[in-house]
Design a protein around this ligand. Structure first.
Ligand code: SF4
Length: 306
């Protein structure tokens, strides 16, 4: 019956895309309904203040349809955790892509990564770390020399000032050591909440969510939050996923954003979490074309890269 109705209104590819979108949406609603039925007997993940949240989204843009995605807070939590598990399987080697050996090196590398790729930072840091092994070295740095060493990372004058001030404050206030609490880290030059969480999670094994541009984009696409402010996004996501998962979740989300869920033309057609994603269809849906959009395919799960 449905096929017949579409036959009257549409023809060829348009009809098929519309039918596919309809069936996908129907399957998602069915999956959520089943999950909610199963979970009514045991409720391990209830987030009380979010129980009234109903997310409405437009999806299936590739088919030109408007549809709604709505779910309970419980279902949202379950879906977020399933996305995390799927990403863990897809990116089993996800890690911080900045090279470092200690908290100071990671702090410096993270400061240099502002408006710069991790790859470029990693090209610069071996010589930098050899010449500036501790906080005292940065505090006493020759400005021109330091500027020259980090020139390739961009904004080198401002970054040089930040590194010299950081070295001095570490000496003055923390005996030359990088502190290991969020409250202390965010008082340091060059440290916002994002940098602090990177250092906490990767140098001190203290779980932290790194809300960068990829995390913001993907958490919006996944309807994990209605907020756009990084701190509010961090708070919203923190209640969805167990604390011990925060650091690895951050790596997985960032890897997925860098490799597949691009800002422009995400590779939806080969995305391992498409069935869990309210935005599936905003990018390339043809599997062959989508596979060509994936970066670093050797690091992907073989099932998704063909
Ligand atoms: S690539 Fe597409 S399906 Fe996958 S997470 Fe991004 S928007 Fe969703």
């Amino acid at each position: 019956m449905l096929e017949e109705l579409f036959d009257v209104a549409f023809g060829g590819d348009s009809r098929q895309r519309l039918l596919d979108a309809f069936h996908d949406q129907h399957e998602r609603h069915e999956e959520h309904r089943k999950e909610q039925d199963q979970e009514s007997d045991h409720r391990p993940y209830i987030v009380p203040h979010k129980l009234a949240v109903v997310a409405k989204v437009a999806s299936s843009q590739s088919a030109g349809l408007k549809s709604e995605w709505s779910e309970s807070a419980l279902s949202l939590t379950r879906r977020a955790r399933r996305i995390n598990r799927e990403l863990a399987e897809t990116y089993p080697h996800a890690h911080c892509e900045l090279d470092f050996r200690n908290p100071l090196e990671l702090s410096v590398a993270t400061i240099l990564s502002a408006q710069c790729t991790d790859k470029k930072v990693n090209e610069v840091t071996p010589a930098l770390f050899a010449k500036y092994p501790d906080a005292a070295a940065y505090a006493a740095a020759d400005r021109a020399e330091l500027e020259d060493l980090i020139h390739a990372t961009g904004f080198f004058r401002a970054k040089t000032s930040t590194l010299m001030k950081l070295g001095q404050q570490l000496l003055d206030r923390f005996d030359g050591q990088v502190p290991s609490t969020l409250a202390e880290l965010v008082t340091l030059p060059g440290f916002g909440r994002k940098t602090a969480n990177v250092v906490l999670g990767n140098a001190f094994d203290v779980p932290g969510l790194t809300i960068d541009t990829h995390f913001l984009r993907l958490s919006e696409r996944w309807r994990w939050t209605d907020n756009t402010d990084p701190v509010k996004v961090e708070m919203d996501v923190a209640v969805l996923v167990p604390r011990k998962e925060w650091t690895m979740l951050s790596h997985r989300v960032i890897w997925h954003g860098r490799r597949m869920c691009h800002a422009r033309r995400p590779a939806c057609g080969v995305c391992p979490i498409a069935r869990l994603c309210p935005s599936a269809g905003i990018g390339e849906m043809n599997p062959t074309a989508a596979a060509k959009l994936v970066r670093s395919p050797s690091q992907m799960h073989p099932e998704w890269t063909g």
